[in-house]
Design a protein around this ligand. Structure first.
Ligand code: FE
Ligand code: FE
Length: 394
């Protein structure tokens, strides 16, 4: 009997994680072929503005699957148009392949929410499900519970541990915008993205005026962080006016300071590799602290910022000895911008507008105290920053 897998997704864009996952499923499930099915419009997702068109996603998927034995791009949902409901696809494929065993692949989140899909019982009647899980804490128990539930409904369920390092498409789009996605993209797909100027690839974002810069930066942030960067930008401008620093530099550094913060530790290291940056011991051991460094690299190379802005971003989490006025302003603005709420924020906020060095010292002290309390390592720069202030009578 032919065993056919169904791998649906938005593929915006298709990347090596998709292909590696597909190869793994082909092998583990013993599939004769795996149909890659790009959706036209996902049921519950909106496509981010400025994304590839459905036709472009289809073309990229064809490039990514070219010369990969067993992988076949299926344009069923594209031809159907409208919202792409899986049950319709499964029913259509069942009609096309009457005698085959069909297996629908999905990730953990999709599997656990399977009940809320449209017509789940119709899907279970026509296809087995294969969930590819990553092995996060508690994930396996949740999967087993859901498996039992769906089996009671007559479903056939395969559980596969997916060893592939997954990258989300939203993180990948960030890496493309930063010019660092090479290791996750098929070369032909990367060429297509560049040729069509998708996802900000090869865009000229150097020295954009403020309103345009904001329009580029906001979509690269996680939604929950947008208010923070806008608040930081506003506070930085106020402090620059008060202490006589360049207000434009302050605004740009405030807006850009967390530009790479959405990326996790391993992707921070990817950025450093792509930019050819050699890391010190502390950074290698604490890759999550790297967003200040990688943010400064992106500010310089992608946005063409000047040295003052770049160094303000570089030292916004750690500080350093003998900081420039702008570095102090961004460090403090990041700490006290209007969305910040922690015990002691009022005292720090007051100090920010009275004596920037005092505010800086308070900020450094409370960061160091917090790290100590959490048993985490303190970056050498923070220690030096505080020592410098103490030696200079602050
Ligand atoms: Fe930050
Ligand atoms: Fe921040």
């Amino acid at each position: 009997m032919e065993k056919i897998g169904i791998y649906g997704g938005t593929f915006n864009p298709p990347h090596t994680g998709h292909i590696q996952g597909a190869a793994y499923a082909l092998e583990k499930l013993g599939l004769t072929r795996l149909l890659m099915v790009p959706d036209y419009l996902a049921p519950h997702k909106e496509i981010p503005a400025g994304s590839a068109t459905p036709e472009q996603r289809l073309s990229m998927l064809r490039l990514a699957c070219k010369d990969k034995p067993g992988l076949e791009v299926c344009d069923l949902e594209m031809r159907r148009q409208g919202r792409s409901y899986t049950y319709e696809t499964v029913v259509q494929l069942r009609e096309a392949y009457r005698d085959a065993e069909l297996t629908l692949l999905m990730g953990t989140d999709m599997f656990l929410s399977f009940d809320s899909w449209r017509k789940p019982e119709s899907i279970l009647q026509n296809a087995a499900l294969a969930v590819m899980y990553r092995g996060d804490k508690g994930e396996r128990e949740a999967i087993e519970a859901q498996k039992a539930k769906l089996e009671a409904m007559g479903g056939k369920i395969y559980v596969l541990k997916n060893p592939v390092v997954a990258i989300s498409s939203s993180d990948l789009r960030r890496l493309i915008a930063f010019g660092c996605a090479g290791e996750f993209l098929d070369e032909a797909v990367a060429d297509f993205i560049r040729e069509h100027g998708l996802y900000g690839a090869d865009a000229n974002w150097k020295n954009l005026p403020m309103p345009e810069l904001e329009k580029v930066v906001v979509p690269l942030m996680k939604e929950k962080r947008v208010a923070h960067i806008l608040g930081c930008c506003q506070t930085a401008v106020e402090l620059a006016r008060l202490y006589g620093a360049d207000e434009t530099d302050a605004a740009r550094a405030g807006l850009l300071h967390d530009i790479t913060k959405a990326l996790d530790g391993p992707l921070q290291l990817t950025l450093c590799r792509a930019y050819g940056t050699i890391l010190d011991d502390f950074s290698r051991k604490n890759p999550k602290t790297l967003h200040a460094l990688t943010g400064s690299l992106v500010a310089e190379r992608v946005f063409g910022e000047n040295e003052a802005v770049v160094s303000a971003i570089r030292y916004h989490t750690t500080g350093r000895a003998n900081m420039t006025l702008l570095e102090k302003i961004i460090y403090v603005a990041d700490y006290v911008e209007p969305n910040r709420d922690f015990p002691g924020v009022e005292k720090l906020r007051k100090a920010a507008y009275e004596n920037i060095d005092q505010a800086l010292k308070l900020g450094l002290e409370s960061t160091l105290a917090l790290l100590k309390e959490q048993g985490r390592e303190v970056s050498p720069e923070s220690g030096e920053a505080l020592r410098y202030l103490l030696e200079h009578g602050v």
